[in-house]
Every structure is written in C-alpha cells, then in structure tokens.
Design a protein around this ligand. Structure first.
Ligand code: AMP
Ligand code: MG
Length: 526
C-alpha cells in the first residue's frame, strides 16, 4: 500500500517463488455396497491430478453422530432419515466411503499473516463429492478432521471436538442471518483423542459449500507457473459458480470483479454483525464469497473496533476494524494470481488495478446500506453516514453491547419515551451523548415514509437478539469436551436458528457475559 492508500497489484511477486513437487494420487479404494447411496458427482476429481491428492478418510475408533442437519440434508436431496443414524455416523466419521464418492484433498497455497506459503492444501479435510439441491445448484460435501493427507505437513489431520462444535454453531447462525457461509451437515465424535496443549476428544465436521476453491487455490498454480492449470481452474470456477461470466471478453477479469464484489458484500455483513473471522489468510478466503474456515472466530460483545480474539493474531492483523482492508489486500493477491491468464499483460495490469481499486467503493456502499437498515433508515440521505458513524462512536466510547444496543434501538418509538429509552441506556456502560444522538435520529426518522410499526418490525428483522456469544459457546464446548454433555450445544444451535424472534424458550441467550464470564481469547485448535 502506498501513502494514498492504494494497494498495488504486483505481477512480479509470484515469479520468484520456486516450483513445488508434484504429489502422488493413490488409487481410490472401492467402497462397500451396503451403505446408503449419496448422489455424488465428482467434477473436481475430473481435473488433472495436480489439483488434488486422492485420499480416503482414515477410519476412527468409534464414530458417533452428535448432530445431523436434517433440514440441509433435505434441501440437498439426501436420505435424511438414514443418514441421521448409525449409517451417517460411519460415513461422516470417515469409516465408510459412500458409493459414488471419489475422496480427495485439494491443493492450494496461501498468504498466512502476510507470508506466502506455496504449499498448503487440505491437511485434514477430504472432499467426498458434490450433490445438487432442489434448484440444481451444486454443493461440495467435505469432511474436516478426517485424517492425514499428503498436505498435512506436521499436522495430525484431526480436529478437536470443541472447534467442530464451534464451527457448527457459527456457520449455521450465519446461515440463519442470511450471511453467505459454508454449512454444517453433521458433527461426529470420533471416540479418539487428539493431542493439543493437552488431550481433547476428537470430532469431524461435514461441511457443505458452493465451492471450496480459495484465493489460495489460484495462487497455488500461479506460484508454480502452471498456466494451463490456472486456466483450467478459472474455467472450472466460472462453469460451476459464475456461469454468467462464460461470455465475458476477459473471463479472468470478470471473475476478479465478481469475487471483489461478493467479498465486499460479505465483509460488510460481518462488520454489521460484529463478526471477527480471526484468520483471514488467502487460503481461508472463498472464491464463492462464503464465510469459510471457522477457526478462532468470534462475535463481539462490547463494541470495540480494535477487538482481537484469536490467540495467534498477536499483532491484530485481523482485528475487527482491519477486516475490510485485509480482504482488499487478499483480493490484490488474487489479481496477481489471475494476471498470467491475460493476453495483453500491460493493459491487463491496469484493468486489474482498477477492479481492485473499486473494492473500497463496493464495500462502503454495502456497509452503509446495511448500517442504515439497522438504524431503520430506508430513504438514503446525505447525512446518514455521519449519523451511523456517530452511533458507532457512541457505542465505542460508551462501551455498549453491540448486538443489544441495535436491538434496543429497534424498539424505540419516534417520540421520546423515558421508560423505553432507559432500555437502550442499560446497554451502555457510559451513555454520555446518547440523548443528543437519539434526538438527531428521531428527527431523521420523521423523513421516513413507512409507519412506525413497520419501521420497528423492519429493524428487528435485521438486528438479531441472539448471537453466538463467546461465553455460551465456551460453556457448550466445556460441557461437551469435559462431561460428554451435548445439551448446551444442541440448545445453542436451536436458539440461534432463529436469531430475530424473541421467545420465552430462548430467554437468557441474549445476555452478554456476566463479570468473570467473558471469554477474551479464542484458539483455532489446529
Ligand atoms: P487453517 O488456518 O486452520 O485454515 O489451516 C491452515 C493449513 O493448515 C491448512 O492447509 C490446513 O489443512 C492445515 N491444518 C490445520 N490443522 C491441521 C491438522 N491438525 N493436521 C493437518 N493439517 C492441518
Ligand atoms: Mg484453512
């Protein structure tokens, strides 16, 4: 980045990276015949061998189904009744490869905390195949924690149960919020232990995604100088996820622009929900624009823009406030990886730079529109941005709970009411300046056309009451890992499936942590 804030695309940065080893593709073993059939297609397995390593999941000692996502299974046309039971535990525990699957680990590279690693890849994830939903959209089904692969490097290929449950809760909440995300189809316990700082029970999560191709997948082929493979990857991604780009005169540029837009919209949603991903490395950034690779991620309680939860993010690279800039930086790396596909390099560099430079504009527009909706402002006006910024400033100086403050605001009327206004005040440690801001907000609301009731309903439909609070997650994980009690986890998933609807059965889940309950650091558990 230069002083004017422009992040530059550097087409030469990739050229100095040394070529990497090809890897073996062991023969796929035949699967037993007595298992339910999953209607798998395997288009990724049709790509050349350097895209992946064929590898079967490593069976576990005692696979047990913790939770199976019936609703998602039905959407995907899977036999939910059979898969929810023992047969599902065997498949999603990796003990039996379903007929039709061609398991593989995908190859990719990536910038991790700013440093390029030309050889990452699925070290513990195994793609079983693709299924189609009712509308014919294709989804990848992948096991995470299913054993070592040729990309495991020093890792054990396994996942700790806690992070499996965390991912399940968080991604399904994101889905309920309408935020693009990978989904959770199943969480399985392995009956084995994994060694981290100490021994923990192991788990496997089955993830479903529109694509597991990452920015780092393009970087992999660019870094190794495999132009043909890069082209094949581009064609694959466009056919699968961006068919509208098939007629584009410069498909690589069309893809860059489309991913820039999807990521800008995605990060805006994260910011509006108080979500901190924690490991926004380029290998954790989806080409399909989904939230992917839930590790040490968390939702903020008190609004502080410099919040960092991840224990490994020592310099705050991926702090809440930095997320848009880091996405922008990552997309610049995508541009570099796509440039070798350009026919006219000089012109291409300029075109790519222009697409990259437009990220802040896309992001700002999505961010402002979403923030205005959260404040109940429909008809965009000149001063709205300042009103939003001042509100966030108040939340920060007043140490307010991010989620509850927006929700309490959603309940207020256009006319000041001491009792109702007090409900908002209690979300702040220091409510100084709040009354003045409320006066400005109310004055602004008078220029909205809809009824007061409709405005409140609209606000409550975008401002969740229930979010996956860190302390709740921690309690659920402790109960599961230490006491084999999955009750709190199951309850959390159920509550968070409806983040907006206040109901007695969910009472208490909206509460921020009490003194001493707050969880200030999260771990990725790799
Ligand atoms: P992450 O930051 O969790 O997305 O992981 C970065 C890289 O490390 C990816 O290539 C993962 O597949 C790999 N990895 C993480 N945990 C393990 C593990 N326990 N065993 C093998 N590879 C792992
Ligand atoms: Mg990852």
């Amino acid at each position: 980045m230069d002083e004017s804030g422009v992040i530059h695309v550097d087409r030469w940065s990739l050229l100095s990276i040394t070529a990497m080893l090809a890897f073996l593709s062991p023969d796929h073993e035949d699967s037993p015949m007595d298992m339910p059939t999953l209607p798998f297609a395997n288009t990724y397995a049709r790509l050349p061998p350097r895209f992946y390593a064929r590898i079967n999941p490593v069976p576990v000692h005692d696979p047990g189904m913790i939770r199976f996502n019936q609703e998602l299974a039905q959407e995907l046309g899977l036999d939910a009744a059979v898969l929810a039971g023992a047969a599902g535990a065997l498949i999603f525990g990796g003990n039996q490869v379903p007929e039709g699957a061609e398991p593989l680990a995908m190859a990719y590279a990536g910038h991790q905390f700013g440093h390029f690693n030309p050889q990452l890849g699925d070290g513990r994830a195994i793609l079983l195949g693709e299924v189609a939903d009712r509308e014919g959209r294709r989804f990848d089904v992948q096991l995470k924690g299913a054993g070592r692969t040729p990309f495991s490097r020093g890792g054990d290929g396994r996942a700790q149960l806690g992070p499996v449950l965390r991912e399940y809760v968080l991604c399904e909440f994101m889905h309920a919020m309408g935020i693009p995300t990978t989904r959770a189809l199943a969480a399985v316990s392995t009956g084995e232990q994994v060694a981290r700082e100490r021994l923990y029970p192991g788990g496997i999560i089955t993830r479903v995604s529109a694509s597991f191709v990452r920015v780092g997948t393009f970087q992999f082929f660019a870094a190794h100088g495999h132009r043909e493979a890069l082209q094949q990857l581009l064609d694959y991604v466009i056919a699968r996820n961006y068919p509208e780009l098939q007629a584009h005169p410069r498909p690589w540029l069309g893809l860059l622009d489309a991913v820039v837009r999807r990521q800008a919209a995605l990060i805006a949603r994260w910011m509006q929900t108080g979500f901190i991903h924690g490991v926004m490395n380029t290998d954790n950034m989806s080409i399909a624009g989904e939230t992917i690779d839930y590790g040490p991620c968390a939702f903020m309680d008190t609004y502080q823009a410099d919040t960092v939860y991840s224990s490994i993010d020592r310099e705050g690279r991926y702090a809440y406030r930095n997320q848009p800039a880091m996405a922008h930086w990552n997309l610049c790396r995508l541009a570099e990886a796509l440039l070798p596909l350009a026919v006219e390099p000089e012109e291409a560099l300029e075109a790519a730079q222009a697409v990259i430079n437009a990220f802040p504009e896309h992001y700002e527009a999505a961010w402002l529109a979403g923030m205005c909706a959260k404040l109940g402002l429909e008809a965009a006006e000149e001063g709205d941005r300042v009103l939003v910024e001042d509100w966030l400033g108040l939340l920060e100086t007043g140490r307010a709970d991010f989620t509850l403050a927006f929700r309490a605001l959603s309940k207020l009327g256009t006319v000041a009411d001491p009792v109702q206004d007090a409900g908002l005040q209690t979300c702040f440690e220091k409510p100084a300046g709040l009354a003045d801001w409320l006066e400005r907000w109310r004055a602004r609301l008078t220029r909205e056309v809809c009824t007061e009731q409709a405005r409140r309903a609209r606000m409550q439909a975008v401002n969740p009451l229930y979010i996956p609070r860190n302390h709740r997650l921690e309690q659920a994980i402790r109960a599961a890992e230490d006491h084999d009690d999955f009750g709190p986890f199951q309850a959390l998933v159920t509550v968070l499936a409806q983040p907006f609807r206040e109901r007695p059965a969910a009472a208490g889940y909206e509460r921020p942590p009490a003194a001493g309950e707050a969880v200030l650091q999260t771990f990725c558990g790799t």
